[in-house]
Design a protein around this ligand. Structure first.
Ligand code: F6P
Length: 522
């Protein structure tokens, strides 16, 4: 498919003009005063998620132009190519089909299902693998002798399952503890090993490639520790979650759950990489998590662009990045169980869209992924919200609030909800005439995502929503959101430096690296 680069479309020029004429001077307070229907126009429901986009620096005309931009850059065609299983990850020669992992099995009574016929066999394989993985999860759940599950993995093999196990804390089986070891820094593994016993621990070695140095180093140390504790039954105490089953077998792990190269690491929580989550919330719970995501897939696949939440969010991201010049987005989940949600989104957005060349390798003259950062509210309020309200940079904030709670401590939840509403309100309305330091400029944008409850299904939907919005902005920018070549150079250099740390040889090194290396060897 030939795609017009976004900055060469008529819509891009129209958006630049719109920015000059009204975008730059847009005022949210005036927009609400002039349009009583603004909340309705800029809010919508999607599966499990209600989104209020009305406190964003955008009017109806600009959103129309952004939708034109989506049409002129072929976003819908690229989405359809993904759902057709085409090799849209061209630099790695791979299809992008993490969505297939949450597609229900084909029902012969329903021929009009969303899966292309040629994928029926793959879908069958997906379900066979899922069934085996969930059966194993149930076995572990009912084995009272296993009290601790230690996931060893990094990046997508850590962030997804860790974020989800924490988020779904209210559904986690009592009597099992979950630990996540990602860093090659031995402090992390040593600390976990200090808390567990070999006879009651299951180690999950999670690595798509089974070559990642951090994971292999931690896995080897865990295996050595297990043996030193007198452990012999590797088949019972170790399982590998990987596309590289042969490497896992060579490593000595016989219990393996596989997945496929068309699942990107940061999109892999729906695959065998989700095993810690499946153990934590059970087979039925994991299926609900998949079902929530599938509902969002169907929304993305079928809703008209103007009522398609991932499309609207992704286009807003483009508006902010390329026309208003905002370089970051703050993530503010008002639910303490979502503590790893900002970190999870960092990898999703920045590893996917942090690219400076288009899908053909041509350098791009416009910005791509923003920096994502954040902490759960209300903690962020007492740390960096000062800057969000009164700093010199405008940072769009994306709030997540949850209507119902799973605890019964009186007063807390109302206070939490009051805070999230008040922060979004304060960012927008500001405060004038209080005098110098006490003035707030206001007109600071935010998006408000609202869940009825933080459940297995709603978490699945929320994560799929984020995956697809990243897809949309990446499509407009014309980049390949599914490779990650930018992580390779550091890996190669680390090998060289590791040898030099041992030998002390600094020949050919830059002055700074040589100087630091010498000090470290002193
Ligand atoms: O280094 C980046 C990366 O390749 C991520 O994309 C991935 O999620 C992570 O490393 C872990 O990779 P693996 O699952 O193959 O160990």
């Amino acid at each position: 498919m030939t795609r017009t680069r976004c900055d060469r479309t008529p819509a891009w020029g129209a958006l630049q003009a719109a920015y000059r004429t009204q975008g730059r001077a847009f005022d949210l307070r005036r927009a609400f005063a002039m349009n009583a229907g603004r909340f309705e126009a800029f809010s919508q429901s999607a599966p499990h998620v209600f989104a209020d986009l009305s406190k964003n620096l955008i009017d109806v005309e600009t959103e129309q132009l952004l939708l034109d931009l989506a049409r002129q850059t072929g976003v819908a065609q690229q989405r359809d190519a993904m759902f057709a299983g085409e090799q849209i990850n061209a630099t790695e020669g791979r299809a992008v089909m993490h969505w297939l992992l949450r597609t229900p099995p084909l029902d012969p009574a329903m021929p009009a299902q969303s899966v292309h016929r040629h994928m029926a066999e793959t879908l069958h394989e997906v379900h066979t693998t899922l069934d085996a993985m969930l059966a194993f999860a149930e076995t572990v759940r009912s084995d009272a002798r296993i009290t601790d599950v230690v996931n060893i993995g990094i990046g997508g093999s850590d962030l997804g399952p860790q974020m989800a196990v924490l988020a779904l804390d209210a559904f986690v089986l009592p009597g099992k503890r979950f630990h996540f070891v990602s860093n090659v820094d031995g402090h992390e593994l040593a600390s976990v090993l200090g808390k567990v016993k070999a006879e009651s621990t299951l180690f999950l070695i999670a690595s798509k490639t089974f070559t990642t140095i951090e994971t292999m180093t931690n896995a080897l140390s865990a295996k050595a520790w297990f043996a030193a504790q007198g452990g012999t039954d590797i088949a019972r105490h170790f399982a590998a979650l990987t596309t590289n089953v042969a490497a896992a077998n060579n490593f000595g792990v016989k219990t393996t759950f596989g997945f496929w190269d068309w699942v990107g690491g940061r999109y892999s929580v729906w695959s065998a990489i989700g095993l810690p989550l499946a153990i934590a919330i059970g087979a039925d719970g994991f299926r609900e998590f998949l079902a929530g995501a599938h509902a969002m897939d169907e929304h993305f696949r079928t809703a008209p662009l103007e009522q398609n939440l991932p499309v609207r969010l992704g286009l807003l991201d483009v508006w902010y990045r390329n026309f208003l010049g905002f370089t970051s987005r703050s993530i503010a989940p008002y639910h303490s169980a979502l503590k790893r949600y900002p970190a999870y989104l960092q990898q999703l957005e920045m590893e996917s869209n942090g690219k400076r060349v288009d899908a053909h390798g041509e350098a791009l003259p416009y910005g791509t992924a923003p920096v994502l950062w954040g902490e759960p509210g209300t903690n962020g309020q007492h740390a960096y919200f000062q800057m969000l309200h009164q700093g010199t940079d405008v940072v769009p904030v994306e709030f997540v609030a949850v209507k119902q709670t799973t605890h019964d401590l009186p007063g807390h939840h109302d206070l939490l909800l009051a805070n999230v509403l008040a922060q979004a309100q304060a960012l927008m309305v500001g405060q004038a005439d209080a005098g110098g330091h006490k003035d707030f400029p206001g007109n600071r944008p935010s998006t408000f995502l609202l869940l009825d409850a933080l459940t297995r299904g709603s978490l699945g939907a929320l994560i799929a929503l984020q995956e697809h919005r990243v897809f949309v902005s990446g499509s407009v920018w014309g980049i390949n959101s599914f490779d990650q070549w930018g992580v390779e150079l550091g890996k190669v250099l680390a090998k060289d430096v590791q040898a030099r740390l041992a030998s002390g040889d600094v020949t050919g090194l830059d002055g700074s690296t040589a100087g630091l290396l010498a000090r470290l060897r002193d």
